[in-house]
Design a protein around this ligand. Structure first.
Ligand code: AKG
Ligand code: FE2
Length: 212
């Protein structure tokens, strides 16, 4: 079925792939088309207002705990949300990016998992790496911002702690950020307004499929 949402041309992913090869991260303002970003923002805010997002935990399995001073967002996996054409389109976009990454980087990325995230005022996410000790398959992180009209005074920047610099990214609607999950230390600075996004991970094929 044709989607009502236009997606970026495959060539738009070339720059992302180049960035990842050269330095392990890429910041792409406007890569998420505006109509799609707006539809996803509406979904995210509607879920938040309907109390359908739950406080996010850190750690995995028996280690899992909610500590809102460390991580304050409320999330819901896309596959657990009521279906919507915008979500279909977003997954299609992620799949094209996955294929582009596989073609050039030979990462063997085989799946994508993503959740909506809403950071209420005052909350952030302290410095961390996305690859869990017991979940080594998360390989590339993809964050898409859904805040139309964000202003820098509101805080809520994604801060990348890079070897060469500290880089702050505004969580402005349409910006997509892609980085290597095991290498790039990052944090979300506390925001003074509700901050909406989609965060996801491309997972690679296990080396030994029986092990995981
Ligand atoms: O929303 C962001 O800018 C990053 C979120 C994040 O680091 C995470 O969910 O692991
Ligand atoms: Fe993260």
């Amino acid at each position: 079925m044709m989607s009502e949402f236009r997606l970026p041309e495959t060539a738009a992913f070339d720059a992302v792939v180049d960035d990842l090869v050269q330095r392990g991260w890429s910041v792409c303002p406007g890569l998420l088309p505006a109509p799609l970003a707006q539809a996803l923002e509406q979904r995210c805010r509607w879920l938040w207002q309907s109390d359908a997002l739950t406080p996010a935990a850190i750690g995995r399995g028996s280690d899992e705990q909610v500590i809102s001073e460390i991580r304050g967002d409320h999330t819901r996996w896309l596959e657990q949300c009521p279906p919507h054409p915008a979500q279909q389109a977003y997954l299609q976009l992620a799949d094209s990016l996955r294929e582009a990454l596989n073609r050039s980087l030979f990462l063997g990325l085989e799946s994508f998992e993503t959740h909506y995230a809403l950071y209420p005022p005052g909350s952030g996410y302290r410095t961390h790496l996305d690859r869990f000790r017991d979940s080594p398959l998360r390989t590339v992180t993809l964050v898409s911002y859904l805040n139309s009209g964000w202003s820098p005074e509101l805080g809520g920047q994604l801060r990348l702690h890079l070897p060469e610099q500290t880089l702050d990214v505004q969580p402005l609607s349409g910006t997509m950020v892609v980085f290597m999950s095991d290498r790039i230390l990052h944090e979300v600075l506390p925001a003074q307004a509700e901050r909406a996004s989609l965060t996801g991970w491309f997972r690679r094929r296990p080396d030994n499929p029986l092990q995981w």
